[in-house]
Design a protein. Structure first.
Length: 65
């Protein structure tokens, strides 16, 4: 039986915590930041958490399920 490969793009984008939550970095924080408000940019600093509806799909990409 062949090994299941982890999706290369997913392993670069997601991080699994010790409790099993999957985190990702918020988008739109790379460039063109002058027109975005300080409040909006501050909110993008924190890691986002994958929603429960997408959890099965992301776990499958990471080879966790």
């Amino acid at each position: 039986m062949p090994k299941v490969k982890t999706n290369s793009s997913a392993k670069k984008r997601f991080k699994v915590t010790g409790t099993g939550k999957i985190l990702f970095q918020k988008p739109f924080k790379r460039h063109i930041l002058t027109k975005k408000s300080t409040k909006r940019k501050r909110g993008m600093r924190k890691d986002g958490q994958v929603d429960s509806t997408q959890m099965y799909f992301v776990r499958r990409l990471l080879g966790l399920k």
